[in-house]
Design a protein around this ligand. Structure first.
Ligand code: ZN
Ligand code: ZN
Length: 403
């Protein structure tokens, strides 16, 4: 009896494509024949995992499998017809999977967002990207790389250019990214140069033919002849690059910028993946962001609230003088125009609001206390009904009347 594919990958039936991919990569890495030489059990697991992934990663097949089970995808013979995995040591497709898995661990491997123009282009939005590109004509496409970029509110307010050092897969210099010392290639023995593997399977619903990319050559149809010793024939190596990122004003936590072609280099000349820069907003010590406005909480003395004053308050652009008008009520928001966050679309900026509150001291001198007691005798210092300390308050009187 075949195991349920979701069970094989250890994911739920409602899991997303990304979750399935992550689970697959983890398991493929774990059971990879290169890591488990002469281990029949691991080999079986590896086949099972690949088979499950082949179905669940494909929308069509997954739908059929969800409706009809194993019969729906004609997979009953697929496992016995397999056997291409882990052909030679470091078989091409398997290696790329491992690299992808490593990238995932370091935060790479996000779905590409389709349709964005080449170069620095912002694709704003909280959700992940769209569909994957088709296979490049040469090599295996590089994986996307995801990094987090922490920004201060000051940087977000006006936009910022950042120079980042990024560790990623780069083309091997020794072999120019081809993976071969001489550049010579041979026809792939597994697929005989077609780049495809066909697996026919008979089921109670009829015959199904599964066509998949050849696991040995990754669909290229060619395998390299004399392996480059520097990159072990992969054409890529771990390297470090400097990337300039221009972040426009007004970005928010979770927004991301997609830098086309700046992700991991593809094995053996494959198109590079994208670099996805996810914005993280550092909390600010003084300001609270509200959309494109910022709030600053200010506590001033009771006399200042009543009499009015001028006071220096910090803004994202240095301090400015703010006029507190006489008889300002607590919780009043005073606006300092144009000192908020720059609007993502457009050149103007939001505002800063200063929320004014009364400062209530905790430690008072005897003299201060006497002064405050004196102040209480005034007929205008308390709300109506509370001015006489010795008589009943307005609420007490009301209670007496209605009880
Ligand atoms: Zn092949
Ligand atoms: Zn090389």
């Amino acid at each position: 009896m075949k195991r349920d594919y979701y069970e094989v990958l250890g994911v739920s039936r409602t899991s997303t494509k990304d979750e399935i991919k992550k689970a697959y990569r983890k398991l493929a890495l774990q059971y990879h024949p290169d890591k488990n030489p002469d281990n029949k059990d691991a080999e079986e697991h590896f086949k099972e995992v690949n088979e499950a992934y082949e179905v669940l990663s494909n929308d069509d097949k997954r739908r059929r499998y969800d409706q009809l089970g194993h019969a729906g995808v004609g997979s009953s013979a697929a496992s016995s017809g397999g056997g291409h995995y882990g052909g030679g040591p470091g078989g091409a497709a398997d290696f790329s999977d491992i690299f992808s898995a490593f990238n995932d661990m370091f935060g790479g491997g996000r779905g590409r967002s389709g349709g964005a123009p080449f170069g620095f282009e912002e694709v704003f939005g909280g959700s992940g990207g769209g569909g994957r590109r088709g296979r490049a004509s040469a090599g295996i496409p590089g994986t996307d790389l995801k990094i987090r970029l922490k920004l201060t509110l000051e940087e977000i307010a006006k936009g910022v250019e950042k120079t980042l050092k990024i560790k990623k897969q780069v083309a091997c210099k020794e072999c120019n990214g081809t993976g071969s010392k001489s550049g010579a290639t041979d026809n792939c023995q597994t697929c005989h140069g077609t780049g495809e593997v066909r697996q026919a399977s008979k089921t109670m619903f009829g015959q199904f033919v599964n066509i998949t990319a050849c696991p040995t050559c990754g669909g290229e149809g060619r395998v390299i002849k004399d392996r480059c010793t520097s990159c072990y024939g992969e054409g890529i190596k771990q390297g470090e690059v400097t990337v300039k990122v221009t972040v426009p004003a007004g970005v928010q936590d979770g927004n991301y910028l997609t830098l086309r072609g700046q992700g991991n280099a593809g094995p053996r000349g494959g198109a590079p993946g994208d670099l996805i820069v996810v914005i993280e907003e550092k909390p600010h010590d003084l300001f609270i962001r509200e959309g494109d406005d910022v709030i600053y909480n200010l506590a001033i003395s009771f006399p200042d609230l009543v009499l009015g004053t001028k006071i220096e308050v910090p803004t994202l652009d240095g301090s400015v003088k703010l006029t507190i008008p006489p008889s300002t009520q607590p919780e009043t928001r005073l606006r300092i125009a144009g000192h908020g966050i720059g609007h993502l679309r457009g050149s103007s900026r939001g505002d800063q609001y200063v929320k004014v509150n009364v400062f209530v001291p905790k430690d008072l001198s005897h003299q201060d206390k006497e002064m405050l007691k004196e102040m209480k005798k005034s007929s205008t210092i308390s709300p109506a009904g509370h001015h006489d300390n010795n008589s009943k308050s307005f609420f007490e009187k009301a209670r007496d009347i209605f009880s």
